[in-house]
Design a protein around this ligand. Structure first.
Ligand SMILES: [Zn+2]
Ligand SMILES: [Zn+2]
Length: 384
């Protein structure tokens, strides 16, 4: 061992020793732990970099849920937050999505509307949480929730007491959700005082979207230059079911909702900056169906198989994006879960071959897609 090697060895040993002593001090002295923790908390609370997104002139889409009803530890269910012009509009509130939104540290009180593509449980399960958390965050008026009407024809099936299913639209569902949180609202008002938690903020106000004709846009939200319109998609037997077209200062983003391949998506995504499209990989779901059937789980196997006809494959979504000349395609509502790099690779099989010049990304929770004003740039980053 030469002299230089010995000096370096001694220096490394010194650094390791200092590190070990520092760790031992932090681990064993509560007052040091408290000071460190206070510094971390203060730093996080003082940081307002995400709040700047609200008024930077750009259109932003935060994915706050990119999963499906299949259990997936890395993805909440359907949710996208549109951020522009000082407003945040939430599109779908799937189970687990509130926490994903909250991790972004965007101001909850800036959420002034929720739009629902349809009333499947994986799109509405966290509506109550969005209601109560935005109220705690400072909202003082009822939260407006816009979504579809009831089915055109209710089902003929009824339960033993004669209850018929399918007569409820968004107004009824939202009224029911407000009722489900009534006791919670009372507890909080009693605990914190009505001066801090204004009772009006505890309420959700549902609105049924006036069902448009096929291939027609109906404006649902229009404030300070941020305009969001609904159009019909094909999620039969779920009807009406919507996709949403978002416009702000010349930038355009489209959220597909749940749908089979349908012409309205291509029509309203023409030359869009961003298309956030649902995607189900048929071959991979078929593998799951086969395995369930083989293991004697035919009931779940049939249900998995039934999902094939009302969703879109990644390759079909890529064709839609190519034909509509969309700049960036992002997959969401990912079916099945993709726990490994190999499964992600399989999910994307065939996409690049049909996509053409445009870009495609596999969405994940916390993905932020930013479209600055006065530019054709699209910046993809993470808010976690
Ligand atoms: Zn869904
Ligand atoms: Zn659905």
């Amino acid at each position: 061992m030469n002299k230089i090697t010995k000096i370096i060895g001694a220096a490394v040993a010194g650094v390791v020793l200092v590190g070990a002593v520092a760790t031992a001090v932090v681990w064993s002295v509560p007052s040091v732990q408290d000071r460190l923790m206070a510094r971390v908390i203060e730093g996080r609370i003082a940081s307002n970099d995400t709040q700047a997104l609200l008024n930077d002139g750009g259109l932003h889409v935060l994915l706050c849920g990119t999963g499906s009803p299949m259990p997936d530890p890395t993805r909440a269910n359907a949710c996208a937050a549109v951020i522009a012009g000082g407003h945040i509009v939430i599109i779908d509130t799937g189970p687990g999505s509130w926490k994903k939104f909250a991790q972004s540290r965007l101001p909850a009180s800036a959420i002034d509307a929720v739009l629902l593509t349809h009333l499947h449980s994986d799109h509405i399960g966290d509506l109550g949480e969005f209601g109560v958390q935005t109220w705690i965050g400072g909202r003082t008026k009822p939260l407006s929730v816009f979504g579809p009407t009831a089915l055109p024809e209710p089902t003929e099936a009824a339960d033993a007491n004669g209850h018929q299913f399918g007569t409820k639209g968004t107004e009824d569902v939202v009224a029911g959700m407000t009722l489900a949180y009534d006791a919670d609202a009372a507890y909080r008002i009693l605990h914190h005082g009505a001066d801090y938690l204004l009772p009006d903020g505890a309420m959700l106000q549902g609105h049924n979207i006036a069902t448009p004709q096929k291939n027609e846009l109906v404006t649902v939200y229009d404030k300070d230059g941020l305009k969001i319109s609904a159009f019909l998609v094909d999620h039969m037997p779920v009807q009406p079911a919507y996709g949403f077209r978002v416009e702000y200062k010349g930038r355009v983003a489209v959220i597909s909702g749940d749908t089979a391949k349908v012409e309205s998506i291509e029509l309203f995504s023409k030359d869009a900056d961003l298309l956030v499209h649902e995607a189900l990989n048929n071959e991979m779901v078929q593998l799951i169906t086969n395995a369930l059937n083989k293991a004697g789980g035919e009931r779940l196997g049939k249900m998995a198989h039934d999902t094939l006809d009302y969703h879109v494959s990644p390759v079909d979504a890529a064709m839609i994006a190519r034909d509509a000349n969309v700049k960036l395609l992002v997959f969401t509502h990912i079916v099945p879960p993709l726990p490994t790099a190999l499964s992600e690779h399989m999910f994307m099989r065939g996409v690049a071959e049909v996509r053409g010049a445009g870009d495609t990304k596999l969405g994940h929770d916390g993905m932020l897609i930013s479209m600055p004003a006065g530019s054709d740039k699209i910046v993809v980053s993470d808010l976690k």
